[in-house]
Write a protein that binds this ligand. Structure first.
Ligand code: EPZ
Length: 417
């Protein structure tokens, strides 16, 4: 298994182009199931979850080409299979995003239940409840969801809880349903809006994406189109923290600042100077960081996918920071590894109390999930001596060549194969 070896203490300086958003590219690729025409997606990040999605869609009958310029051509003239097998779904729970499009296009879907993951139980009950509301028969047996319908029929659906992929799955089902669907308490994440923009280019009728109420008028069929995936706000947020904690100066391009203003504003509270432009953000790491409490919320609140990275910054802030994780019930796995590096963190249920500034020292640490691995890389950048981050396959699922990007601005980091 690959590892990353990091020598801490370098100030980072330079410009980094942000990759396309993983959490936007995944549903966008699933949307190709909704038409027999060709779909071209540009600015797709070449991370492992994209390769897993390619494998899954090929099993369903897709022809897919990944070009060197990060554009992906997808065509699914005929759905050859309606099954998303356990072997693929267990490696990437976002595979559940084929359920809505398969149901909408063929009236049938058989998708392995994703099961739990390191950060929480993560059930899909709200997805299934929504499909039943649209008239599908849904049953789960032998670890699979079996769903079927003649043709989906529009309905009013209120989510008990805000769910990102739940909103995306139901939106992709409703665009080909008979009649009108209203999604209430829908997710407002930029990735949801990006998917809606893609679907509208394909001929869908959607209003209100980005707000809590989304209205979809079903149409008979959708056509092919070309769509550019938005920049990855979580990759950008991770690099903003890297610039802030190393006292460096970074310019990030290819990102809409509006997609991560909650992170920008939080870092400003920590005393970090940031400039925002049309599609760029510059960060100037201060000598001293001030503590600031944070709680994770749905968009436009502070993203849970930035919580682990923010904890590293809190270890380098002068004072006490309280971190409250509201979205996932088990998302502090990184804390014990940071403590092995010398961090002073106390966990209390969904809260972490971080005392800083503490001197981190290099150590061998193990990544438990995607964002936890990013936080260990960040800690390695400021730790005294060498750190070895193990199980970086977690990182490779959602960050495209992070070590190359960090090295290009002065980090001492290498991958040990
Ligand atoms: C998406 O996951 C992202 N993944 C996650 O990013 C992100 O952490 C999460 O949204 C929250 O922002 C993708 O977009 C592929 P949810 P998702 O459904 O859709 C509960 C990363 O690091 N819930 O919004 O699976 C759930 O357990 C990943 O890139 C139900 O109870 O998250 C959680 O507590 C990690 N029943 C809360 O809602 C359901 O049917 C929000 O989950 C669905 C969700």
């Amino acid at each position: 298994m690959d590892k990353l070896r990091i020598q801490g203490g370098q100030q980072l300086e330079g410009r980094i182009q942000i990759s396309g958003a993983k959490n936007s590219a995944l549903p966008a690729m699933a949307a190709a199931l909704l038409t027999s025409d060709e779909l071209i997606l540009e600015n797709v990040p070449y991370v492992n979850d994209i390769y897993t999605t390619r494998r899954l869609l090929r099993e369903l009958g897709a022809q897919i080409e990944l070009a060197t310029d990060h554009s992906v051509r997808l065509r699914i003239p005929k759905i050859e299979s309606i099954e998303a097998p356990y072997d693929l779904v267990k490696t990437m729970r976002a595979s559940v995003l084929v359920l809505g499009p398969l149901l909408a296009r063929t009236g049938r879907a058989r998708v392995s239940m994703p099961g739990g993951c390191a950060i929480g139980a993560r059930p899909i009950n709200l997805h299934l409840k929504g499909f039943e509301k649209l008239g599908a028969q849904v049953r789960t047996e032998h670890g699979y969801v079996e769903a079927s319908c003649e043709r989906l029929t529009g309905a009013d659906i209120t989510f008990d809880k805000i769910t990102v992929t739940g909103t995306e799955n139901l939106m992709m089902a409703a665009v080909l349903a008979e009649g009108r669907t209203v999604l209430e308490n829908a997710a407002r994440e930029p990735e949801v809006v990006d998917l809606a923009n893609l679907l509208m280019k394909m001929g869908a009728k959607i209003e209100g994406a980005g707000r809590s109420t989304i209205v979809i008028e079903g149409v008979r069929e959708l056509k092919g189109t070309t769509h550019r995936i938005i920049g990855d706000r979580i990759e950008a947020g991770t690099l903003l923290v890297a610039g802030a904690i190393t006292g460096g100066e970074l310019e990030l391009t290819g990102i809409h600042p509006a997609h991560l203003m909650s992170v920008v504003e939080k870092l400003r509270e920590n005393g970090v100077a940031l400039d925002v432009g049309a599609e760029l953000i510059s960060v100037y790491g201060p000598h001293d960081l001030a503590p600031s409490d944070v709680e994770t919320l749905e968009f436009p609140g502070f993203p849970t996918d930035m919580q682990a990275q923010y904890m590293v910054l809190a270890t380098q802030s002068n004072g006490i920071s309280l971190i409250h994780e509201n979205i996932f019930e088990n998302r502090f796995m990184h804390a014990s590894e940071l403590m092995r590096m010398g961090a002073n963190v106390r966990l209390d249920g969904s809260r972490a109390i971080v005392a800083g500034k503490t001197k981190l020292t290099g150590a061998t640490v193990i990544a438990s999930d995607l964002r936890a691995s990013a936080s260990l890389v960040l800690a390695g950048l400021v730790a005294d001596g060498y750190s070895l981050v193990d199980r970086v396959y977690h990182l490779d699922r959602g960050y495209e060549k992070l070590e190359d990007k960090l090295r290009s601005v002065g980090a001492k980091i290498e991958r040990l194969k």
